[in-house]
Design a protein around this ligand. Structure first.
Ligand code: ZN
Ligand code: ZN
Length: 441
């Protein structure tokens, strides 16, 4: 029983640490114990160890270690991807042969359908040429996709490495060494940036991996349950629950103790009779299936909010500064909004003229006019345009000397102190359904 209890403690600790490593950096956990534990794990403990090493051995131990750490953290490498696919392949190789003959036929048909999906979606997320990277060739089209909102993204910023204007919602990735369209985050799991071209494949990878793990745990249960039940019936007197005579049997505590006893009994019998191939892999699947699915849930939330992982951190920064009372919200002058509204207007008046001559309707989808590649803010195909400008001031006083860039578009004296994020428009949020379609495109 002590063995099973140790296994349970160990697996819960590993699951908790994995959860913290996965989710601890998210803005939602910024001021919570999970955020604190994440900082402890990735910043304070490594830097404490490094200081100790410098004190004791003049940095000899961590010198090599930090080079390896730097390589793993800041270079493009497939170590995690190989580990993940190796773990899936190894586990499937151990697991499938033992469950193949006991499971009913429909599972035999479903397993070959489900198992290749994580490999396929990993490949589609990881391959370079998937339209995520901004190149000389697609740069003009990327510039015309999203408007600058003057909250998270301003026009006129150049990428010093790629030597072109940064499109709205793009970010340069120092690991992939390229600018990425609609950058979500750099994912070590697929050794690539997640952006406009591969975000949907990443979502599919999370879904298929979560379903595969839950299904694996279910199959292990399906095969193990009758064996464990037989075993329990045969040796019942060994496993029978004996309550502590000093405790009151009607309390929650003793009920919990009995349930825990049964859970640990069944777990240890399962490990005994199923071994590593059936119970070990099944337990791993049981403990890990919520991870990809909760990450998927988080991304569905981001899609609902019309934002990305990177942008949600920027929004959280604005919210923190609003709490400090140093953020000011101003309005744009209508005459500076020159994007698709003008194109729609000119095309519809054009159509009206045409329609008066002939009754045929041409396509209602306007195509933006060709613009020179050095145009800082070309017309976009995006249906919304930002009416807000957000500024933070160092001293907390209303903005005094506006830069010429802001002066040229802002209504004078329109800046008011802003206390809440909900007062600000997010032009990248088209509503859940349209956001979803956009993310899957
Ligand atoms: Zn760049
Ligand atoms: Zn990257």
């Amino acid at each position: 029983m002590a063995f099973a209890r140790n296994i349970a403690i160990f697996t819960i600790t590993v699951s908790l640490l994995t959860f913290i490593a996965f989710f601890g950096r998210l803005p939602a956990f910024r001021n919570t114990p999970i955020g604190f534990l994440h900082r402890l794990l990735v910043i304070h403990i490594p830097s404490g160890l490094r200081k100790l090493d410098i004190y004791l051995t003049n940095g000899r131990v961590t010198g090599g270690g930090s080079r390896l750490g730097h390589y793993l953290m800041y270079e493009k490498h497939p170590v995690v991807l190989i580990f993940f696919l190796g773990l899936v392949s190894g586990s499937a190789g151990l697991f499938i042969p033992v469950i193949w003959s006991p499971v009913p036929l429909h599972h035999k048909l479903f397993i070959p359908f489900l198992l290749p999906l994580p490999y396929l979606f990993t490949y589609l997320s990881a391959r370079r040429n998937n339209g995520t990277y901004i190149t000389e060739i697609n740069h003009a089209a990327q510039m015309r996709h999203y408007p600058y909102d003057r909250i998270l993204y301003y026009p006129g910023n150049h990428c010093r490495t790629c030597k072109f204007l940064k499109p709205a919602r793009s970010k340069h990735c120092s690991i992939c060494k390229t600018c990425v369209a609609r950058m979500d985050h750099h994912c070590v799991w697929v050794n690539n940036c997640l952006g406009r071209g591969n975000y949907r494949w990443f979502l599919a990878l999370l879904l298929s991996t979560g379903v595969m793990l839950a299904y694996g745990a279910y199959l292990a249960y399906l095969v193990l349950a009758p064996i464990v039940r037989d075993h329990y019936a045969k040796y019942e007197r060994w496993y029978r629950y004996e309550a502590d005579p000093s405790s009151d049997p009607s309390t929650w505590m003793s009920f919990f103790d009995m349930k825990l006893h049964h859970f640990l009994t069944y777990t240890s019998i399962s490990l005994d009779v199923g071994g590593l191939r059936l119970s070990g892999v099944g337990l791993l699947a049981l403990l890990t299936w919520p991870l990809p699915l909760s990450l998927l849930g988080y991304h569905v939330y981001l899609i609902w909010a019309g934002t990305t992982t990177g942008e949600s951190a920027k929004w959280a920064d604005w919210r923190d500064d609003m709490d400090d009372g140093v953020v000011f919200l101003g309005w744009r002058r209508e005459d500076t909004m020159h994007t698709m509204r003008d194109v729609y207007a000119s095309q519809s008046s054009h159509h009206e003229q045409q329609d008066s001559n002939s009754s045929t309707l041409s396509s209602p989808i306007p195509t933006p006019p060709e613009t020179p590649p050095d145009e800082e803010e070309p017309p976009t195909t995006w249906p919304l345009e930002s009416r807000h400008i957000l500024l933070r001031t160092l001293d907390g006083h209303p903005p005094q000397n506006l830069s010429s860039r802001i002066k040229s578009v802002a209504k004078e004296d329109s800046f008011k102190r802003c206390w809440q994020l909900k007062e600000v428009e997010n032009v990248y949020d088209l509503g859940f359904w349209d956001n979803f379609i956009e993310a899957l495109q």
